[in-house]
Design a protein around this ligand. Structure first.
Ligand code: SAH
Length: 344
């Protein structure tokens, strides 16, 4: 396993096997979690140990292949090249409560949602725990901005990469590492029900977001293939169990698509569905994806939808779109880059 994917006790054991005392584990862990690119930066380590580690456990660090900064709101989007040449995106957003990174969890995605750019080429592979950590670390190092919040809403389905994502959370939350509070982390899923139950059993203090995008099976079946495996009633039952286990209010994401899911009837049906479940609905005007015929709802339709939810007692916010001038909705930059570099 890559050293940066190891927890502090694991790393300490690895170094012990190399004949090193326990405090070395903490030193190396601390350095790795600062985002160093070479063992030679670990100035409090003996030269011999640095050389041994460099030979046995080369440090992987992603390279910036594209960096785009929004002139409007300071959002920065990174396209990183990983050690094996695959690319993923990370977006840094500046909110009043702190700098937030939106990270990818997989290279591509196999969920097949009709409106999403990340899934067009399918799943290439899952990210290793350290590769997700690197997205946070190197965004912080490159931008010079301290990161306090993380959302797992980039490329990929986090619950389809469950074990690696859980390990990543443990790493990024560790006191000797970035020490980012679980309460400052949101995980978004399209609705893999068995994994939602597995997550509930862990009773983490993270926020769970569900990509709902429709109030019934008819609409969800059309735009989200996952609904065929886990229909909306089954999904919402899992959400109720999740709430019972964690006492954490659930966030529902709802991308507003013109003529597909944005009618008055759709809003009323959604209200009924969410009855009795402590929920917050995030209305997201659809980001147009070149390859897709789907279009965003009008401002008026979004406002009407929000009003119906609010009047029905469900809090609903319209997500401010950041970085609209830099293809900041995840999947789009990677897509563009691979098209330009694909000569077939
Ligand atoms: N796979 C996870 C997390 C990644 S997507 C999930 O499905 O939740 C993060 C959010 O962006 C999801 O709610 C997803 O449905 C939404 N999304 C994807 N493409 C979009 C688009 N073109 N416009 C608006 N939201 C989109």
């Amino acid at each position: 396993m890559n050293l940066k994917s190891q927890t502090l006790p694991e790393l300490t054991a690895t170094l012990k096997e190399l004949g090193q005392p326990a405090f070395r584990g903490k030193q190396v862990y601390t350095w790795l979690h600062k985002g160093v690119r070479s063992y030679d930066e670990m100035s409090n380590l003996p030269k011999g140990l640095r050389d041994t580690l460099a030979e046995k456990y080369p440090i992987h660090a992603p390279e910036v292949v594209r960096k785009q900064e929004s002139k409007k709101d300071g959002t920065i989007k990174y396209l990183w090249k990983l050690a094996d040449g695959n690319c993923v995106e990370t977006v840094l957003m500046r909110y009043h409560y702190g700098n937030t990174v939106c990270i990818s969890t997989e290279v591509g995605c196999r969920m097949g949602c009709a409106f999403c750019a990340s899934t067009i080429g399918g799943l290439v592979r899952k990210l290793e725990p350290y590769e997700m950590l690197d997205e946070v670390l190197f965004t912080q190092v490159d931008s010079g901005l301290p990161i306090s919040h993380i959302v797992l809403m980039g490329i990929g389905e986090p619950l389809d990469n469950f074990d690696n994502v859980m390990r990543f959370l443990e790493l990024v939350n560790s006191e000797e590492g970035m020490n980012i509070s679980m309460r400052h982390i949101s995980l978004s899923t399209c609705g893999l029900v068995p994994k939602i139950d597995e997550l509930a059993a862990k009773k983490l203090q993270i926020s769970l977001a569900i990509s709902l995008h429709g109030p019934n099976d008819e609409i969800r079946d059309k735009i989200m293939p996952v609904n065929k495996a886990y229909p909306i009633a089954v999904l919402l039952e899992a959400c109720r169990r999740y709430y019972a286990a964690t006492n954490r209010r659930i966030h529902f994401e709802y991308a507003m698509i013109d003529g597909v899911n944005d009618s008055v009837a759709n809003a009323k049906e959604l209200l009924k569905r969410l009855k009795g479940l402590p929920a917050h609905v995030n209305l997201i005007p659809l980001n147009h994806v070149e390859e897709s015929p789907l279009k965003p709802s009008s401002k008026a339709a979004v406002a009407r939808f929000q009003k119906i939810l609010e009047e029905g007692g469900v809090t609903a916010t319209v997500r401010r779109t950041l970085g609209g001038d830099i293809d900041a909705s995840c999947g789009q930059l990677r897509r563009k880059y691979s098209k330009e570099h694909d000569h077939h």
